[in-house]
Structure formats: structure tokens, C-alpha cells
Design a protein. Structure first.
Length: 442
């Protein structure tokens, strides 16, 4: 159970963290740019502003979230008052990724600390500048016994996973998620795994195409396509494919100019390894637009790819880069054939004005979350849980869901002494019919 003193201390530290984030915001944005040329606008919108908003919301609500929650008792427990108590798990390990290196480190960290846990954070080694500023902020704000940052690469992560933890929170690829789950299983440690997958974007005949194109270009090429909920591929009705492609090309030019390499608004691929992986995916594909590469600058232009084979390397795993395959379909059966080839994705998007088609997509296919007639904005609503299903993840967070994720929920019945119904006690002779009647009535 959380005491008022503990909550007051945590709230005071979180307020100090908020103040430090205000002081360090420019340094954070500069670090993001230094790591992979992330535009300052994207840095604010997808990293610092979101983190500060989540932090303010946590500070405002921590007392309410930590308070024991009264629930209705049942007749079987009469007379009693029943509660859910929330307690911290204990020692929590957070392994954060490189694609949103500040946001995806701080979101779970804030919640884990607010819930009363001791936190060890290992930020990504692929974004060393951002990891360094995170470490500086944490050292300034927290005591080492509260939160500690441990920087390092794969070897460091493996050493941390070899330790025993009370909870592990990991954001990253499916492959590494399996490694984390295996390590956690040794000690039966509970985990949250925020993974990914091939998130489809469906555009039917009834969609408002110009607006759909604008939103798809924004959502796909934000962060150079290195977003876990970015549309991985488009499924477009054959009747409107040509028109949509034209609009997509126009929107790419509007957003990034005739030569996107010169645009200050397009981030870069994180490193050479990922650049070369994306370069291989482009081989033998029919490029509609884009396809320009500069390995020295880790630059890949926003690229549209026409009708890739479903068995190709491009369509095998999550792309995680500025490459957008476009696949046409003629009916819902063809749509289902493509979608059924892949594991349950982290996100699914539908652009349509047909209510029946929208509901069919939302109810028929399993996925973590998504949007109708937009991309990725479901992440911005803290009242919605964010997480995957199946291969795309385990567990969910954001807002109150984050606090609950890092809390053990204890069920408590406080029984009154003024009445004790004797039917439950032995000897049981002649009581079974009474019990049946009572339980059937409940």
C-alpha cells in the first residue's frame, strides 16, 4: 500500500523532473538531431511535449491512482467491504529503444517511479547523445536508489537480463522481445513487451483520397518511417489505386520538396546497418517514386513501391524505414488473403466512409490499436491503452494504464464481525440443497 508520505515524496520528485525537462528541452532536441537528424518540430511533437504532458497528468492524478479502490462486495462475502490495493512490484528494469529514444524511455520510467518502484533504465546505445542527456537528467533529479541509468550495448543488456527483477518493461523488435521473455521466464518475472509487426493501412473505394494521402504520407515518413505504428504497407482498392498514388506523390513533394534530401523536415536512418538492410529490401522492386539513397548521409528518400510479391523480403518482416509498398485488392476476400499471411500487428488503419466496411475491418481482424481515417493518433489519447497483441506485444500502458501496469493489484476483503453465516462450515449434512439454491440465486 502507498502511504501519504511516500506519495508526497514521489510527487515532489516528479515536479522536480518536470522543471528539469523544461531546462533541458533544447539540449534534448539537439541530441535527437545529433543522433539521426530528427527535426526539432518532430522532437517536440513526438518526444518532449508528450513526455511533459504525461508527467503533468501523472502528478495531477497520482494520489487518486494510488488510493485503495473500493469495489462492490458479493452476497457470499456479506457483510464486508472489498478493495483493490495497489503496491509497487519492487525492482523494475526498463529497456528502451532508439527510434523515439527520449519518449519511450521516459514514459515507462515516469509511471514505474510514480507507482513506487526502484527503476533501472537502459537506454539505447544507438542514440548515444540522447542517452547521455537522459542520464544527466536522471542523475540531477533522482537519487540513485530511486532511478538509475545504465548505458551500454547488447552485452550490458544481457547482463541486466541475467539478474532477477520484479518487473521488466521492453520496447523494441519482436526478435529481441522473445529474448527478453525467455530471460524473464527463468524467474517468472512479469513483463510488458511493446513490439511491432507489419501494420496494414487499408484504403477502400469510398475514402476521401486527397486527405487520406496527406495523412498517410505524414504517418509513414514521420521519423523517416522508423515508428512502430507506422503503416507498413498499403492495401488499396484497385479502382482508386492510380488516383491515390498520384496524390501520395504530390503530398511527398509538398511535405519534403522536389529533393527530399535537402529537406530539414526528414530524419535519417539510424545507422549503417539499418541503411544496408533497407537497401537490400529495395532490390528487384518496382519503384513508383523515390528510391534515392546516400549511405554517407544515411539518407533514403520517401519511396513508394508497386505491388511487391508477398513472398519477397520486403513483405516478410516489419520494414521500419521510409519504404511504402502499395498492394491492390479487388474485394474483401483478396484483402483477407493478404492480412491473414501476417501475425497480429501493433496497429491497423482504415480509410473509408463506409460504416459497414469499417466495422467489418475492426471486428474481423485482431490488432493492438488503430485509427479510422487517420494514422497513429490513437497514441495521443492517454485514456486509451497502448499495446500489442500476440506477436506485436504483451500488456499496455499510457495514462492510468501505465500506473496500473507497474502496480501489483491486491484483492482485499475486510469482513465485519457482527454476522457470521454458519452454512459454510462443516458438518455439511443437509446443507447442500441450501447452498445450491443460494449460489443459483447469485
Amino acid at each position: 500500500m502507498h502511504t501519504k508520505t511516500e506519495i508526497a515524496v514521489r510527487k515532489k520528485v516528479l515536479i522536480r523532473l518536470l522543471h528539469e525537462l523544461d531546462i533541458q528541452e533544447e539540449s534534448i532536441l539537439n541530441s535527437l538531431y545529433a543522433d539521426f537528424k530528427k527535426p526539432a518540430f518532430e522532437g517536440v511533437v513526438t518526444e518532449t511535449a508528450l513526455v511533459k504532458s504525461e508527467l503533468k497528468y501523472t502528478i495531477k492524478n497520482i494520489n487518486k491512482w494510488a488510493k485503495p479502490q473500493m469495489v462492490w462486495p458479493t452476497l457470499v462475502n456479506f457483510p464486508s467491504t472489498d478493495f483493490i490495493y495497489k503496491e509497487p512490484y519492487g525492482k523494475v528494469l526498463i529497456l528502451s529503444p532508439w527510434n523515439y529514444p527520449f519518449h519511450l524511455a521516459m514514459y515507462p520510467l515516469i509511471a514505474a517511479f510514480a507507482a513506487g518502484n526502484q527503476v533501472i533504465l537502459k537506454p539505447s546505445e544507438l542514440t548515444p547523445n540522447t542517452s547521455s542527456i537522459i542520464a544527466k537528467i536522471i542523475t540531477t533529479v533522482f537519487e540513485k536508489s530511486q532511478v538509475e541509468v545504465i548505458e551500454g550495448g547488447i552485452e550490458t543488456a544481457n547482463k541486466l537480463l541475467a539478474e532477477r527483477w520484479d518487473y521488466i518493461f521492453f520496447t523494441g523488435s519482436v526478435a529481441v522481445g522473445k529474448v527478453v521473455a525467455k530471460a524473464a521466464a527463468i524467474h517468472l518475472t512479469p513483463v510488458t513487451l511493446e513490439l511491432g509487426g507489419k501494420s496494414p493501412c487499408i484504403v477502400d473505394e469510398t475514402a476521401v483520397l486527397r486527405l487520406a494521402a496527406k495523412k498517410i504520407v505524414w504517418g509513414k515518413f514521420l521519423n523517416a518511417g522508423q515508428t512502430c505504428v507506422a503503416p507498413d504497407y498499403l492495401l488499396v482498392h484497385a479502382n482508386i489505386k492510380e488516383q491515390l498514388v498520384t496524390y501520395l506523390q504530390e503530398e511527398i513533394t509538398t511535405a519534403y520538396g522536389e529533393n527530399p534530401e535537402l529537406s530539414p523536415d526528414l530524419a535519417r536512418v539510424i545507422n549503417q546497418k539499418n541503411f544496408q538492410r533497407l537497401e537490400r529490401l529495395l532490390k528487384e522492386q518496382e519503384i513508383i517514386t523515390g528510391g534515392k539513397l546516400n549511405e554517407n548521409e544515411l539518407y533514403i528518400s520517401p519511396t513508394l513501391i508497386n505491388e511487391p510479391a508477398l513472398e519477397s523480403a520486403l513483405m516478410k518482416d516489419e520494414i521500419f524505414g521510409p519504404l511504402l509498398p502499395i498492394i491492390s485488392y479487388k474485394n474483401e476476400h483478396e484483402l483477407e488473403i493478404v492480412l491473414s499471411k501476417y501475425e497480429k500487428p501493433l496497429a491497423l488503419y482504415v480509410f473509408s466512409t463506409s460504416k459497414s466496411f469499417i466495422e467489418t475491418c475492426l471486428l474481423k481482424y485482431s490488432f493492438g490499436g488503430g485509427c479510422v481515417n487517420d494514422i497513429a493518433i490513437h497514441l495521443a489519447n492517454r485514456n486509451l491503452p497502448f499495446g500489442g497483441v500476440g506477436q506485436s506485444g504483451i500488456g499496455a500502458y499510457h495514462g492510468k494504464f501505465s500506473f496500473d501496469t507497474f502496480s501489483n493489484h491486491k484483492s482485499i476483503v475486510k469482513k465485519a464481525n457482527w454476522l457470521d453465516i454458519p452454512i459454510r462450515y462443516a458438518p455439511y449434512r443437509d446443507k447442500i440443497n441450501w447452498v445450491r439454491k443460494l449460489l443459483n440465486w447469485l
